[in-house]
Design a binder for this molecule. Sequence first.
Ligand code: NAP
Length: 250
Amino acid sequence: MKRSGSGFSITTFVMLSLLGSYAPDALADTFVVYGASGSVGSVIVEEALSRGHEVVGVSRDPGSLQNENTNFSAVPGDVTDPDSIAATVRGADAVIVAVGGVGPGNTPEEAVAYRGALAYIEAASRLGDATPHVIQVGSGTTLDTNGVRVFETLDLEPGTFVHGLFQGHWLALEAYRQSSGFDWTVMSAAYGSIMDQGEYTGRYRLGDQETLFDRNGSSLLSREDYAIAVIDMAESHTVTGKRVAVGPPY
Ligand SMILES: NC(=O)c1ccc[n+]([C@@H]2O[C@H](COP(=O)([O-])OP(=O)(O)OC[C@H]3O[C@@H](n4cnc5c(N)ncnc54)[C@H](OP(=O)(O)O)[C@@H]3O)[C@@H](O)[C@H]2O)c1
């Protein structure tokens, strides 16, 4: 649900009052965040909390998730375990998956992003209509630049960490594309663009397959601006069943 102060009218107030239980928190959503301890996920958590939402941070070690905001809670969970996902996400308004890592062999099939996508799809088959919209933090290597997939331009050695990580993102995207019956969105910022170099602007742009650049040819985006894009999507559910590029305004 979008928290837009300007959109809240007297008429809306009267309607909510007639429904019986108006309270400011009635406009808050509950978001489950996998990867809440990570460099990208932690910024997404803060963006959601700053808008007054309830955030459930998931970690394999929830004791490591310290946050004094009373709207934040930490729970144990494993994004590669469908049982764990099904139990954790039921009732949420959206789920954000900002996980990284690979397995011991560095294969794409072992990448946590891919295994997490498969597990979410399996959990969705059990939850049915109760499956929340899932927003996966994607990789810019799955985008195209001048029509060529960025991953193909990097010439990475199979068996290396980055090859497994990036190709795992591609497998995750393909798995979501072949899924059905629930809402998903993969949000990919340009390769290397949200590595804490971009400046905070409060603005972003959404695209399709192509990497997004600003008028100076830069694709840098601050993590904070990327997080705004993710939480806008989690509130609005405007693009589902699709991967979107996220980039700086032109
Ligand atoms: N386009 C770009 O420029 C760009 C830049 C940076 C990152 N990214 C992408 O963003 C994603 C997150 O990256 P990051 O830098 O934030 O990673 P990070 O700091 O290394 O954090 C990784 C997160 O994954 C979680 N995780 C790993 N395995 C898990 C499991 N089995 N179950 C639940 N959680 C698990 C960890 O949670 P616990 O350890 O607490 O369980 C941790 O919070 C990655 O997919 C990365 O490829 C894109």
